[in-house]
Design a protein. Sequence first.
Length: 149
Amino acid sequence: MTAAVGLLVRRMEPDDVLAIDVQALQAQWDDRLMTRETGLALCEAGPCYTVLTPAGRIIALGGFSETHAGYAVAWSLLSGDIGRHHIELTRMARFGLDDAPYARIEALVRPEHVAGLRWAAVLGFEQAFRVRCARPDGGDLELFERVRS
C-alpha cells in the first residue's frame, strides 16, 4: 500500500466494488453492476486501483480498460462522501492519467452528472461528442478524450 499525503492507494481487489458506498448518480447506473463478477472483470480489463482513507474506508475505485497498448477507457467509482479528500483524490487521479502509457484515453459521463462532467474537464479530458443510447436504460453519455500526440 502506498500513501499520498493522507490517502492510501493499493491494487484493486474484485470485492472492493461491494465495499464502496458509491455516489447516487453512479449507483443509478445499474445496481446489477456492483457485484464481485464486475470487480473481477474490471481487474482483468487493465490496471485498477482502490483509494482508501487513513482509517481504511474505500472512497474511490478507478482504472483503465485497455482496448490495445495505446488506447484505454478510464473509469472510476466514487464514494458519495469523499468530502475533504476530493482535492487530494483529484490530484492523484490527474497524476495517474498523466503517467498512464496510453496515447488515447477516453471517459464516458452521464450528461446529467454535472459534477462528473466538471471532474472530467479538471482531469484534463476534452469533451468530444455525445454517444446516443449508450446506457443500459437507453440514455446518452458524453465522451471525453485525452490524446497525447
